[in-house]
Design a protein around this ligand. Structure first.
Ligand code: ADP
Ligand code: MG
Length: 352
C-alpha cells in the first residue's frame, strides 16, 4: 500500500483537477436508464419517475472511521460504497446512482486514488450502480471521503423503521459480530507489527472475520429474496452499530417492545472461537459489535412459513407491547434489558 516504497508516486498536481477526475472515472460504466447524464457537466441528470427517490449519505474521516495502516485503499473504496447502498436496501429500495466526494492531503499520490477508485468501481459493477459525480479538493491532513447513494422504490414498497407490530417476528440476515472481531484482530496485528515490523502474521483462523471487516457486502440479495418470497417487512434497518441499538431504533420508532432470544443469534464458528480467544462473550459481540451491514427486519407472523427454513434468514425473536420493554432472553431463560451500548469497555475504540 502506501508503505510500499517501490511503488510509483505521481503527484496529483501533475494532472490538474480535470485530468485527475477524468483519469479516475473514465472506465466506469453506466447501468441504469434513469441516469440521463453522469460525470462531466455542472450537475448530473437523473430522470424523475413515478417512483419515490431514496437518498442517503455518509462521511468518512481518516483516523476516525478508517485506519489506512490495515485498510487497503481498494477495500476502503468498496466499503464506503457498501455502507451507503446498505441504507438504500434497508428502505427496501433499489440503489441506482452514487456520488463520491474526496479531500486528500499531498501525502496521497495518484496511485493511491487509483486504488480507491478501483474499489469504488468494483462496487459499482457488482451492484449495478452508476457513479454520476462528486467533488475533489485538498485537505491539510489525511483523507475524507463522502459518498451519497440514490435509489428508487415504489411508494407502497418502502419499508420504514416505524411499522413493527406486536406478534411480528424479528428476523436478521446472515450472521453477526464478525466485522467487530475482524477489527479486533487487525488492531492486534497492527500493534504486533509496530513492535516487530519483521513479524509475519498468520491470519488463517480469522479469514472470515477480516473479510467481514474489510470487504462487507450490502444485502441487495435479501431485498430481492424478500420480493421472491412475497414478504414485505413491517419495519427494517441495516446493522451498522450493532443489533441491540438497531432493534431499539425499530422498537422506539414503532412504539413497541421486543424479545430477542440468545440461543437464536446467528454466529459464525470463527466468531465463537475468536470471542473465546479474546475473552469476550460472543452474545455481547453479536449484540453490540457494529459494521456487519446485515438487514434486521420484522414480518407478520403469518409469513412464518415463507421464511422459516431459509438459510439466509434467522428468526431471532418477536415484537411485544411497548410496556413489556426490550429484552434479551438468555439461554438460562432470564430476561435482561437490552442496552444500546453493550459494555462500555467493549465499545471503547469501536467506530461510530
Ligand atoms: P464544478 O466546478 O462544477 O464543481 P468539478 O470540476 O468539480 O465541477 O467536477 C467536474 C465533474 O466531475 C462533475 O460532473 C463532477 O460531479 C465530477 N466529479 C468531481 N469530482 C469527482 C470525484 N471525486 N468523483 C467523481 N466525480 C467527480
Ligand atoms: Mg466541484
Amino acid at each position: 500500500m502506501l508503505e510500499d516504497k517501490n511503488q510509483e508516486r505521481t503527484s496529483l498536481a501533475e494532472l490538474g483537477e480535470f485530468g485527475l477526475i477524468n483519469h479516475l472515472t473514465e472506465h466506469f460504466k453506466l447501468y441504469n436508464s434513469s441516469t440521463t447524464k453522469g460525470i462531466g457537466d455542472d450537475a448530473a441528470v437523473i430522470s424523475a419517475s413515478e417512483k419515490e427517490r431514496l437518498i442517503t449519505t455518509d462521511l468518512l474521516i481518516e483516523g476516525v472511521h478508517f485506519d489506512l495502516s490495515y485498510m487497503p485503499l481498494k477495500h476502503l473504496g468498496y466499503k464506503a460504497v457498501m455502507v451507503n447502498l446498505s441504507d438504500v436496501y434497508a428502505m427496501n429500495g433499489v440503489a441506482e446512482q452514487i456520488t463520491v466526494s474526496i479531500a486528500v492531503s499531498n501525502r496521497f499520490p495518484l496511485e493511491a486514488l487509483e486504488e480507491l477508485y478501483a474499489g469504488i468501481q468494483l462496487a459499482c459493477d457488482t451492484y449495478k450502480v452508476d457513479l454520476i459525480g462528486g467533488d475533489t479538493t485538498s485537505s491539510t491532513k489525511g483523507m475524507l471521503l463522502s459518498i451519497t447513494a440514490i435509489g428508487t422504490a415504489n411508494k407502497e414498497e418502502i419499508v420504514y423503521r416505524n411499522g413493527a407490530k406486536p406478534t411480528d417476528l424479528i428476523v436478521v440476515s446472515g450472521d453477526l459480530g464478525g466485522a467487530y472481531l475482524g477489527l479486533q484482530v487487525l488492531e492486534r496485528e497492527k500493534q504486533v507489527f509496530q513492535v516487530n515490523p519483521e513479524s509475519q502474521p498468520d491470519l488463517d483462523a480469522y479469514t472470515y472475520l477480516i473479510e467481514r471487516q474489510l470487504k462487507p457486502e450490502a444485502r441487495k440479495d435479501i431485498v430481492e429474496l424478500l420480493k421472491e418470497l412475497d414478504v414485505k417487512p413491517t419495519a427494517m434497518i441495516d446493522i451498522s452499530d450493532g443489533l441491540s441499538s438497531e432493534i431499539m431504533h425499530i422498537c422506539t420508532q414503532s412504539k413497541t417492545g421486543c424479545k430477542i432470544y440468545e440461543d437464536k443469534l446467528p454466529l459464525d464458528p470463527q466468531v465463537i472461537s475468536t470471542s473465546e480467544e479474546f475473552n469476550m462473550d460472543s452474545t455481547m459481540i453479536a449484540l453490540s459489535g457494529g459494521e456487519d451491514y446485515e438487514l434486521l427486519f420484522t414480518v407478520p407472523i403469518a409469513d412464518f412459513e415463507k421464511i422459516k427454513s431459509n438459510p439466509n434468514l434467522s428468526i431471532i425473536g418477536h415484537v411485544v407491547e411497548q410496556n413489556q420493554g426490550m429484552n434479551l432472553v438468555t439461554r438460562a431463560d432470564q430476561e435482561i434489558e437490552l442496552k444500546a451500548q453493550g459494555w462500555n469497555t467493549f465499545k471503547e475504540g469501536a467506530q461510530e
